[in-house]
Write a protein that binds this ligand. Structure first.
Ligand SMILES: Cc1cc2nc3c(=O)[nH]c(=O)nc-3n(C[C@H](O)[C@H](O)[C@H](O)COP(=O)(O)O)c2cc1C
Length: 219
């Protein structure tokens, strides 16, 4: 059996029967999951919709508890949400993040999720004996897939405006702390222009998402 943790984060929803104002990143996510299941029938999907259930922002109590003694009852309560979200990451073989670009980066709900799951002694250790690189991930062996949509263009890796894309670069930098050994991105561009370039980019993104789903299902 393979387990996919599917995190969605767009403020827009996706329902196949509607036409207007549909989330493209969510549509890419649905296509990826469907194709993965075609090639690997024993797939379990954990759905985590961050716009329907936004993670809490971390607080003073959260930090005190996460850096403190894990065994105290009150500390366990403040960490319960984080524990549950981390368990979903631990259980996953493939983590699929569907995300819009908001203000050149990730949506706040997705950043709140990362702040909940990247936690000391749970997903990374910190040891000054390692010198100037004291952080080390705990989890391993996972694949991370980012399925993204944005309104402008030339934001893909290697393209001229990639330096403005703080969505992909940020998530790729965090990937090891989720235990991801490989990072993949598929993106649809030009949404704000709603022209031929957008239709072509979107169609290409669906093709790439399905090819990637097949590849990851069969490896
Ligand atoms: C609040 C907000 C901020 C946005 N900021 C950017 C941006 O900085 N750069 C960009 O290229 N597109 C931006 N867009 C356009 C979205 O990235 C685009 O609509 C994308 O399709 C959203 O993903 P979704 O279709 O999955 O909801 C923004 C849209 C919204 C609603």
């Amino acid at each position: 059996m393979k387990t996919i943790l599917y995190i969605s984060s767009s403020a827009r929803q996706f329902t196949p029967e509607q036409v207007d104002h549909q989330s493209i990143s969510r549509a890419l996510g649905e296509a990826f999951i469907q194709e993965f299941k075609v090639h690997y029938s024993q797939t379990e999907v954990i759905y985590r919709d961050l716009s329907v259930t936004p993670p809490s922002f971390i607080s003073t109590d959260f930090l005190a508890a996460s850096f403190g003694d894990d065994s105290k009852g009150e500390q366990q309560a403040v960490l319960a949400e984080s524990d549950a979200l981390i368990q979903e990451v631990i259980d996953a073989d493939v983590i699929v993040l569907s995300s819009p670009m908001y203000n050149y980066g990730m949506p706040a709900v997705l950043k709140a999720w990362f702040d909940q799951v990247i936690r000391i002694n749970k997903t990374f250790t910190f040891d000054l004996a390692r010198g100037d690189k004291p952080l080390s991930p705990i989890l391993s062996g996972k694949q991370l897939v980012l399925l993204a949509s944005w309104g402008e263009f030339d934001f893909k890796k290697g393209d001229s405006q990639y330096f403005m894309n703080h969505l992909t670069s940020h998530i790729e930098q965090l990937a090891p702390y989720l235990g991801a050994e490989r990072f993949f991105e598929v993106a649809s561009e030009y949404q704000e222009f709603n022209d031929k370039r957008h239709l072509e980019s979107k169609a290409q993104a669906f093709v790439e998402a399905k090819v990637l789903a097949r590849e990851l299902a069969l490896t």
